[in-house]
Design a protein around this ligand. Structure first.
Ligand code: MN3
Length: 199
């Protein structure tokens, strides 16, 4: 049985870059619905309820076929949103071991931001743009729907929700502006933690 995690900050904490209304709807409606639908899918299989969403997503092939798509979409939606909330915070400097590693592998912070932004802009339809760790290598990847890098054995470090529901109220069609502003609310402390833990 999965539960909607509480946010570690107020819905207005990311203003003006991400607005209170978007945060509230995104968390209490969108994310809640993924949690509810995942629980409904698992109802028939009590043994699966013992597993965490992460365990389910990492081993989709072991999920009974009749609920596999639902677990993939709703379990992924739940997991990805939980991760997304965790890497958001205002006024955190780009710092730590992850900053050094990004500069080493991408040339500079600016080059990394440019590459990540372009990746998010070229994502067609709904999905997520990630910085992941693949062995020793940092990689920027897109996943569509609610697919997770964990499905491909990669470790998520940073993610941007590129579904329209994550920006449409404030930015409408303007994904470029959403992404540009989102850089102001990346919690680099948390990204650094994920990097250090994942290595
Ligand atoms: Mn979303």
């Amino acid at each position: 049985m999965e539960k909607l995690p509480n946010l570690e900050y107020e819905y207005n904490a990311l203003e003006p870059y991400i607005d209170e209304k978007t945060m509230k709807i995104h968390h209490t409606k969108h994310h809640q619905t993924y949690v509810d639908k995942l629980n409904i899918a698992l109802e028939k299989y009590p043994e699966l309820k013992e597993k965490s969403a992460e365990e389910l997503i990492k081993d989709l092939n072991s999920i009974p076929e009749d609920i596999r798509t639902s677990v993939r979409n709703n379990g992924g939606g739940h997991l990805n949103h939980s991760f997304f909330w965790s890497i958001l915070k205002k006024n955190v400097n780009f710092d730590g071991k992850i900053a050094k590693e990004i500069e080493k592998q991408f040339g500079s912070f600016e080059k990394f931001k440019e590459e990540f932004t372009n990746k998010a802009l070229t994502l067609f339809g709904s999905g997520w743009t990630w910085l992941v760790l693949d062995g020793e290598k940092l990689e920027i990847i897109n996943t569509s729907g609610h697919d997770s890098p964990l499905m491909y054995g990669k470790i998520p470090l940073l993610v941007l929700d590129v579904w329209e529901h994550s920006y449409y109220i404030l930015y409408m069609w303007n994904r470029v502006e959403y992404i540009k502003n989102w850089w102001n609310v990346v919690n680099w402390g948390k990204v650094n933690d994920y990097f250090v833990k994942g290595k």
